[in-house]
Design a protein around this ligand. Sequence first.
Ligand code: AMP
Length: 280
Amino acid sequence: MLFMKKAAALKQQVEAWHAAGERIGFVPTMGALHRGHLSLVERARAENDRVICSVFVNPAQFNDATDLEKYPRRLEEDAEMLDSVYCDLLFAPPVEEVYPEGWEPPVFDLKGLDQNMEGTYRPGHFAGVAKVIYRLLELCQAQSIYMGKKDFQQLSVVRRLVEDQNLPVEVVGCTTFRENDGLAMSSRNLRLSPEARKTAVHIYKNLDFIRQQAPKQNLKQLRLKAIEDLKQYFDLVDYLEIVDAKDLQPIEDYETPQEALVCTAVHIDGVRLIDNIQIK
Ligand code: AMP
């Protein structure tokens, strides 16, 4: 596996692959990789000639300095894991390679997809996500980008960004990879104490309960009950919303949207965890 830190080196390699007519799949990450990340790389591996994975803890998407500082960093292990699933190139740049002086992204119209849920609790987060994805795509020139449904709102924002800027890239949404008890894999799980790790399973249990009940219960009441239930286990529940997958707006009846999901964010032991499940 190739390892690069410089944007210029990456560009040169990408140009060579393009010249050879090779199709590139790209998996952006912030590192501290787990099986969930690797499932994205495996899918990209199966559908492309070349796979690039980036490990970049993007300061632009952190609204909380402590969260940024505490974000786990394990580049050596990440490189080994990526090598084991036949990734072709690991791009792990310093900040100045991603955001060189004078570089500015265009203004994105995210059509409000960045406003509610994560947008409410992490102001500026999605502007930072859009900025880094736009820049990384500029560098990687990939035909496909692979992103997890675990961060469904992020996936929606990136789909919108690609549409807004008319970028020649296919956005592939990948299934959430879970631990045996249902907890969605996340780099942040590394920071959970053994006790908090056990409690964290109630996120999935709660979402799955909503999935089962949604077709037959009043959604408004179901949502309120689910929030009460989560409050028993977690220090703080930022939100739990049942939304239309198309525009991420809250829904009140199960019948109207074509696809719907339930999304939540909770805090435990100073760790913020998010998850969602498709309920329709
Ligand atoms: P992150 O490193 O957390 O920014 O995640 C990088 C990519 O991996 C994003 O597209 C995430 O949605 C995706 N991802 C994170 N956790 C999982 C998971 N458990 N299953 C599938 N994809 C995931």
